[in-house]
Design a protein around this ligand. Structure first.
Ligand code: ARG
Length: 486
């Protein structure tokens, strides 16, 4: 009868509805933000939008942030002690799984934050959903990045300290090793090889100062800014900051979620560091060449050629020089992402991570390789100093000699220039000119000129503060050692 038909229709409609609901649950409810969606995300788009393939590097930082957040949610009474304890125990279980390499990160959970929360849910059930009270992924991701940059800055400073020590040790072994100092890549004046190396120490010390300053801007907690406007819950931002080891909290919630200056500073400091390493590498490459032979790299830091059996190539120095390119590129990449970005969070900001990770990997390994390469390098002292014996790098000595005896320097310069030209034509050097000829040129020149023209003497006598004189180089090394001990 009629009511039977109606009942069957009802059952049919109910069946269709249930099917539809199951479909919806399958497609959308798997997403933590799925509530307002009817259709699932396109598969390619899902992968395009996901960041888990790279932000999984911040798993530890993400868990640390969650632990601090839930502790605060209990101490402010936003969650009960019981709820917080359950969530904490769950986070610790997820952490143990992560450390045991048992976590399988999934693209469908988009990023590290939602992957971790999904794992937490699997451990403790629906109460896991309370963790995200008074928090947004926007302040969460900013927090993770601050923690990650802080850790990376510490590691960078450690490796930088190590390389600076290697440089100081190398310099201290070569205070009295003479080499040609260059300008325009032409022999200019003889210098101490230790002095040359200490120039790089000075550059890297400024790098260390810049990375140290970088900590100030990384060491601020954005947590509690929520999406951008703060929250109605009575949170305690100082408490979470303290629990995570931050010295301060962001004063403006909009700035907190959209600031990436601390990363740009890291990328910029890394670029300067790579520029310095690249300059040193360029010199090492030149010094290894047949034309110089100033240094020999250890086999452990060189490679051969697959066709030319005689080759020993300074590949690692070339690679560090080459890798400066990607580090500069990462800086420009992020500067371009940030340019014109309206406040506050925009998905563009997800592009802040890969370049940062890549830069960190690059500088940390470059610092290690550089330290190893320099500490095992042989300096061919004899070849280095001999190259200052058949050149005109002592011309300034002759000019200074005349000026010290009262001749105006400009006039002395003119006389020595003429002598250099005369020698060039004769195919000899200033130290080969007989005293009789010198005395025709100027009565001021006496027999002690030959000692003055000696490159070792020339270096030793440059005792002005910061100069290449042995005493000055020793002083620099002493100062550096004191700095390194602090
Ligand atoms: N994966 C995101 C990122 O790295 C996390 C923040 C997402 N926030 C959002 N409103 N979609 O930037």
């Amino acid at each position: 009868d009629d009511s039977d038909v109606i009942n069957r229709l009802k059952i049919l409609i109910l069946g269709i509805l249930v099917n539809k609901m199951i479909e919806m649950v399958e497609k959308n409810m798997a997403k933590l933000w799925g509530g307002r969606f009817e259709a699932g995300l396109d598969k390619k788009t899902e992968a395009f939008g996901a960041s888990i393939t790279f932000d999984k590097k911040m798993a530890r930082q993400d868990l640390k942030g969650s632990l601090a957040h839930v502790t605060m949610l209990a101490s402010t009474g936003i969650l009960t002690e019981q709820e917080a304890e359950t969530i904490k125990a769950g986070i610790q279980k997820v952490e143990a799984k992560y450390e045991a390499n048992e976590i399988d990160f999934k693209i469908e959970h988009e990023d590290i934050h939602m992957n971790m929360e999904t794992y937490l849910h699997a451990e403790i059930g629906p109460v896991a959903g309370k963790l995200h009270t008074a928090r947004s992924r926007n302040d969460q991701v900013a927090t993770d990045m601050h923690l990650w940059v802080k850790d990376t800055l510490d590691e960078t400073l450690d490796k930088l300290q190590n390389l600076r020590e290697v440089l100081v040790n190398l310099a201290s072994e070569h205070v009295e090793t003479i080499m040609p100092g260059y300008t325009h890549l032409q022999h200019a004046q003889p210098i101490s090889f230790g002095h040359h190396i200490m120039a790089y120490y000075s550059m890297l010390t400024r790098d260390a100062e810049r990375f140290t300053f970088n900590i100030k801007h990384a060491d601020i907690s954005p947590l509690g800014a929520a999406a951008l406007a703060g929250t109605t819950f009575p949170i305690d931002r100082k408490e979470t900051a303290e629990l995570m080891g931050f010295s301060d909290v962001y004063v403006n919630s909009i700035d907190a979620v959209s600031d990436r200056d601390f990363i740009l500073e890291f990328l910029s400091n890394a670029s300067l560091l790579m520029m310095h390493l690249s300059r040193l590498c360029e010199e090492i490459i030149l010094w290894c060449s047949h034309e110089y032979k100033f240094v020999t790299l250890s086999d452990a830091f060189s490679t051969g050629s697959s066709i030319m059996p005689q080759k020993k190539n300074p590949d690692m120095a070339e690679l560090i020089r080459g890798k400066s390119g990607r580090v500069y590129g990462n800086l420009f990449g992020l500067l371009t992402v940030m340019k014109s970005l309206p406040l506050a969070y925009n998905k563009d900001l997800q592009e802040d991570k890969e370049g940062m990770f890549d830069t960190a990997d690059t500088i940390l390994t470059s610092l290690d390789v550089m330290s190893g390469m320099l500490s095992t390098m042989t300096v061919n002292e004899g070849i280095m100093s001999a190259s200052t014996e058949k050149d005109f790098s002592n011309a300034t000595e002759l000019a200074d000699y005349l000026a010290a005896k009262g001749l105006p320097f400009r006039q002395a310069h003119e006389i020595v220039g003429a002598m250099v030209l005369e020698c060039t034509k004769a195919g000899n050097y200033l130290q080969d000119v007989p005293l009789s000829r010198y005395q025709e040129v100027s009565e001021l020149i006496e027999a002690d000129i030959y000692d003055t023209l000696n490159s070792r003497t020339a270096v030793e006598r440059r005792n002005s503060f910061g100069g290449t004189g042995f005493e000055q180089v020793k002083l620099q090394i002493e100062l550096a050692r004191t700095t390194l001990q602090q």
